[in-house]
Structure formats: C-alpha cells, structure tokens
Design a protein around this ligand. Structure first.
Ligand code: ADP
Ligand code: MG
Length: 695
C-alpha cells in the first residue's frame, strides 16, 4: 500500500463509504485518511462496571454479554433495536434507532462485547443509546490497543454507517498494514529534539502503544507543523530582505545627539532605548527596514518614532509620520513642535483640510528639501506629494492603513524608504512569533515610570446612582469623563437610539449649562466628529458620550474616568483599547465596566480579566485563550487556523524551538542547498504565501 492509494481499496471502506469520506471529510487517499486525526482517545484499560455508572455525560467503557435482542418496527422503514447488557454487576439496556441492520448482524446473544457510550436513566432503567460496540476477542485479550481513537464524524457519515467507531476500525486496518511514510524533517533535527520518526508518529497518533508513545507522536507532529510554518515565513522574510536594498543610515549626528542631550523631556525607558537601537541597526544594515513596533497604549511610541526620524535627518534624509485621522496627526504635530522647540528642524503638518494655497506651499518646500519632517494623514500619499529624499516612513496605528495605501509610499523615493509601523493592539508573543515570522518585530514592554494603573471596577445597573455621583465628584474636581456605548452592527438605528437614551440620561443627571456634554457617533461626518472631539480635548465639554468611534490614540490627559456601558458586549482587546484613553495624565484614573446582572461565563471571565490586569499582553493572551485565534481580528485569513495539532498558546516552547531552529538553519544555509526536502517544500508552498505581507 502507498500513501497515494485510493481509500476505496482499504479494508472496511468500499465504493459507497469512499464516496461519503470524500464528500464529508475531503479524504480520498490513504495519506489523507492518516491526516484525519483523532480528537481524543478512550483509555480501554479504564473499564467501568454497570454498578458504578453515573448519568454525568461522561463516556463509559463496559465489558459484558447481551441478551434478549428485540427489534420493533417504528415506521415504514424504521425500526428500533433493544437488548439487555449484563456485566456481572448490573443490567443496562442498549438502544439503537438507526443503523439497526448492521447491529442486528453483529450482535449475538451471550457473546462478550466491549461497549462504550453515555449512560442515562430512562423509565427507571439504565440505558445507553447508540453505544460503540465491539466484540471482545475470545482470548480475553482486549488490550490489543490500550487507547481507542475517537474521530470527528458528520451526520451524513453516521447515516452511512461511518460513525466514530467504524472509522476507528478502518484506521485500525490501515495502521496494521501501515505503508511507508517518508520522513520530512532533516535527521540532525530529529536527533537533536529526539523526535519520533514520522511513520511511527502516524501509527501512534491513531493507535498509541502507550500514553508515552501518544505524547511523543503528538510532539513530533506538532513540531513538524510549526517547523514548516516557520520555514515558510522565515524563508519569505529572508527573500524579501535580500531582495530589497535600503539606504544606509550609518551616522548618529547632531540632530539625534543634541535632541538626546538637550531636549529629551524625560529619560527614555529601557524598552524605548532597546527599540531605537533595533531600528538603528536595521537602518544601517543596507537592507530596507520593515519593522512592526508593538507597544501598549501609553508606552511612549511617539518619542521612539521621533528619535528614529532624527536618525534619518542625520543621514541627509527626510522623514514622515502618517496618522489615521486628522486629529491624531494634529496631536502628533503639536507634540513634535513642542519637543523640537529650539532645534533647527522644519516640521510641517499636511492634512486634507488645509487650504489649497497652504498645501501647495508645503508641497513645494517638501520637494525642495526644505521641510525635514512631515506629519499628516493619508493626504501624504496623494500623487502630487513629492519628497526631496524620503528616508523613513512611520505609520501610526497600523490597522487603519491598508497594504495598498502603504505601498504607494514606495513610489515617493528612488530607493524604498525604511518603514516603521506602530500599533497599540498587542498581539500575544507566541502569535507574533508565528504570524510575523517574516517580519521584524520590536516590542516596548515597559511603561514609563510613575504610571498608575487605571483602577478598574465592575458595576451593575443598580449601582448607577453611585457611579454617576462619582463622575460628578470627578468633574467637579476639574476632570473629564468618557461614557462609551457599544455599537450593534445589525441595527444602526438601535445604536443611535441607545446612545441618545444614554445622552438623555446623562444630561438629566448633569444639567446644562453647568455641565457640558459632547457626543460622537458613526452617523456624524468626519468634520462633525473632529469638532466634537476637539471641544472635549480643549476642555470645553466635561463628558464625552460616544460609540466606539472615539479615536484610537487620542490624548486627553485630563480625562480620568472611562465608563463602558454594556461592557459585556465588548471584546477584551476593545475594552483594553478603550481603557487606554484614560490614565494618560498624572492623576488617578478609573475604568468602570457597567453590565447587566446575569452574565454568560465568558463575559464574566472577560470582565474579571479587565479588573485584574492592565497589562496589554496578558490581556491579549487571555483573549486568545478565551476566543481562540480564529476570532482574533484579522487572523481569519492568516493560515494560523490551519494548525491541526499545535496550539499557539499551550505550545509556546515548541513555537520557540521551531522558530529558533529554522532561524539557525537559514543562517547557516540560506538557500537550503543541503536540505533538498525542505527546498522542495518551499517550492511547493510558495503559492500559498501571498497573504499577510505588511508591506
Ligand atoms: P503611545 O505608545 O500610546 O503612542 P505616547 O507616545 O502617546 O504613547 O506616550 C504616552 C505618554 O507618555 C506621553 O504623554 C509621553 O509624553 C509620555 N512618555 C513617553 N515616554 C516617556 C518616558 N520615557 N518617560 C516618561 N514619560 C514618557
Ligand atoms: Mg500613539
């Protein structure tokens, strides 16, 4: 037998079942069947007795004889089959409503069977419907296989007599005459990590010889899965890096040094220093930098961006910073002007709302190289914006800029500029390692000193008077407050209603003119939104009532309270982002999560996580654990979901090991000339690698 053989020739399959397997599981060959892995196992050594069964939803394995087999017609083509099962400790009734023909042929009175199923009580009797059934071998040797595999099956498969047990019998036949399974991993790696050979791993993942063998088989297959994922990403990365040459920013000059020595408003955190070093190393390597900078909200990414831009200036280049909204661009511009005050650096702001004459002027000065640093929105990538010598592009809050928008920047310089993408949406480390195996990634994992974590509380509707009273105290003490409502996408009208009801309630409690309220929601035009945000930012209003459209990254240091209404409707990372709007000034800050009384377990868990930690990475990890990678935004098409065995959270050591192994391997042999099998794999998977290029 060969892996490529049609399953139709396997013992126990035949044309009818082969058709069902192909339609339901996409399994056509022996090799594909081997890849349909059990999702769990039944430990056959764990035999129970009828006397000890419980109605607890668990599977029980029993050994005994059947008697009193009865078939009753229940419809024109339907019948029911029942029999008694006795194991010396008690009786249990077995019942079948379908597949009775097969059972009828199989069941013989007074023979010994192993049965498996979930017992329940019916009419005062223990009963088991549709148990898995297997004749115990006459020698009393039931432990041919200590573990029985359990496979996922579909209703159509069950109807065709291809339940989990039937499938297990087929794979048992397959494993008994296991075809050769070619090794895919280089032998030095097999030896180094003491991995089970591939063929043994496939045998043992279906029919483990022991618990230890199952473990070894799993590890081997997970390793392989992660190894090839890493190989794909890292090889692609290496190709890109060697293909695209970049400007060499060797010098650390006056701009950088005098800023560092004379203008730095506070000492850099260790993480900020490290990231600047990483970026500098990239920018002087001769290759074009493509780096993702992750840092929690408030970790000080702006300062890092500024200092990297100064390095570009020191090497005779211009730099630009692109923000997703006008208000953010304006905020960055103000920050840069403040920090660079007194330095001979020309900073300008280019946004859509400038008058044509102003725009024209800026563009002209930009092309002549008079402007050093340009800050702006996507107005920066308009066709007629020409740089004199663009050397570095920083993109803030990456998720708002599409790949296509970014790629337009390439046309703005003869040599592709270095690119630094900054995001405040933390990605769990293991995931980043896997997902961005082909991207350089820096992490600011340290907040500036003296930050007080935002105190987070969970409150119910009944607590509202006290919550509002607290808000009043804060506002009266000169602070500002956010109240955020969820966006229910199916019904924009409902959202607005929700928000307006909220606004009314807030305005009743906080009457004008003493208290002023802003409102921002998706129905407003961009200008209306900006102007409402601006009024709040300038302190003209005390309360910001908003749907989640409030801008990521907006800095209102005087806002100290974030109230999130219907907090149970938000995902963890969203809650974390929203909470990041407060705690930006010196004052003690608060986040209040309002929910209904009866929460689902998963909502409870999310709220609890939020109250317990303010660490963005911990939250991202909890998020991954609670939802699985499939739900995390943007990962749907990532290919990560194709992982069959490895778990991105639980198998972190393996993720690490495979990443490092691949890295070392590629460093020693970039073209994989010594590894024809790996080379072959790369050729084969090249076509699948089109997704997810950050640039
Ligand atoms: P984010 O990473 O969310 O973009 P910012 O760059 O806006 O964060 O920084 C948040 C705040 O922290 C700003 O007010 C900034 O001035 C301040 N900050 C940045 N770096 C430091 C530092 N090393 N020490 C103290 N404060 C800092
Ligand atoms: Mg920011």
């Amino acid at each position: 037998m060969q892996l490529s053989d049609d399953i139709v020739y396997l013992k126990g399959v035949g044309p009818a079942r082969a058709k069902v397997l192909a339609a339901e599981l996409g399994v056509r060959t022996v090799g594909q069947l081997l890849d349909h892995l059990p999702y769990r196992y039944i430990d056959r050594s764990a035999l129970s007795t009828v006397a000890s069964v419980k109605d607890d939803g668990q599977l029980y394995v029993l050994r005994g004889q059947v008697s009193n087999i009865q078939v009753t017609a229940t419809g024109k083509f339907r019948e029911r089959l029942t029999c008694n099962f006795f194991d010396g400790t008690g009786y249990l009734q077995l019942v079948w409503f379908s597949g009775t023909k097969w059972v009828r042929e199989k069941l013989k009175p007074n023979k010994t069977y192993i049965i498996m199923g979930r017992p329940s009580v019916y009419n005062f009797f223990w009963q088991m419907t549709h148990p898995e059934l297997e004749e115990a071998s006459s020698a009393g040797d039931d432990s041919r296989h200590p573990f029985l595999p359990v496979y996922n099956t579909t209703d159509k498969m069950k109807a065709a007599g291809l339940g989990a047990r039937a499938l297990a019998r087929i794979t048992e036949n397959l494993v008994a005459q296991m075809p050769p399974v070619p090794e895919t991993l280089p032998s030095p790696i097999l030896e180094r990590f003491r991995l089970m050979p591939r063929r043994d791993a496939y045998i043992n993942i279906h029919y483990p010889a022991s618990a230890a063998a199952l473990d070894a088989a799993r590890t081997r297959l997970k390793f392989e899965e992660l190894f090839f994922l890493q190989l794909d990403y890292q090889f692609a990365h290496q190709q890109r890096v060697t293909a695209s040459q970049g400007r060499v920013f060797q010098r650390v000059g006056d701009y950088f040094n005098s800023f560092y020595n004379e203008h730095l408003p506070f000492p850099l955190t260790g993480a900020q220093k490290r990231v600047i070093r990483e970026v500098h190393d990239d920018m002087r390597s001769g290759r074009q930098m493509n780096r993702l900078l992750q840092g929690d909200v408030g970790s000080g990414k702006t300062l890092v961006a500024l200092m990297c831009m100064l390095l570009a200036l020191d090497n005779g280049c211009q730099a630009c910073l692109m923000a997703p909204t006008e208000i953010l661009a304006t905020q960055h511009f103000a920050t840069f002007q403040r920090m660079l005050d007194g330095m001979p650096i020309q900073v300008e702001l280019l946004t859509g709302s400038l008058r044509a004459a102003q725009k024209k002027k800026i563009k002209q000065r930009l092309a002549e190289g008079e402007i050093h640093l340009l800050i702006g929105t996507h107005a920066l990538i308009e066709d007629d914006v020409e740089f004199h010598s663009l050397g570095l592009v920083v993109i803030d809050e990456q998720h708002r800029f599409g790949v296509q928008q970014r790629s337009r920047l390439w046309t703005k310089a003869a040599i592709a500029p270095h690119v630094l993408v900054m995001t405040a949406t933390p990605i769990p480390r293991t995931l980043a390692m896997t997902l961005y195996g082909d991207l350089d990634c820096s992490v600011i994992d340290e907040l500036p000193p003296g930050r007080q974590p935002v105190k987070t509380y969970h409150r119910l509707e009944g607590n509202r008077p006290r919550v509002f009273h607290f808000l009043k105290q804060q506002i009266d003490a000169g602070r500002q407050v956010y109240i955020v409502y969820p966006l229910i996408e199916e019904s924009e009208k409902m959202d607005l209603k929700n928000l307006q009801d909220g606004l009314e309630m807030v305005q009743n409690y906080f009457p004008r003119p003493q208290y002023q309220t802003s409102m921002v929601h998706g129905r407003l035009t961009a200008e209306e939104k900006e102007s409402e945000m601006r009024r709040f930012k300038e302190g003209k209003t005390h309360i910001m009532v908003a749907t989640t459209v409030i801008e990521v990254g907006v800095d209102v240091p005087n806002a100290t309270v974030m109230v999130i209404e219907n907090a149970e409707r938000f995902g963890l990372s969203q809650l974390h982002q929203l909470r990041g709007r407060v705690g930006r000034g010196g004052g003690e800050s608060y986040c209040i999560l309002m929910t209904k009384d009866n929460l689902a377990a998963s909502s409870k868990e999310r709220i609890r996580t939020m109250c317990q930690t303010t660490d963005g990475f911990k939250i991202a990890e909890a998020d991954l654990r609670l939802r699985g990678p499939g739900d995390i935004q943007g990962l749907q098409q990532s290919g990560i979901l194709d992982l069959k065995l490895a778990d991105i959270v639980d198998d972190e050591p393996l993720v690490r090991a495979t990443r490092d192994t691949v890295r070392d391997l590629l460093a020693a042999d970039p073209s994989l000339s010594q590894y024809p099998l790996l080379r072959q794999h790369i050729e084969h998977s090249k076509n699948k690698m089109l997704w997810g290029k950050i640039s």
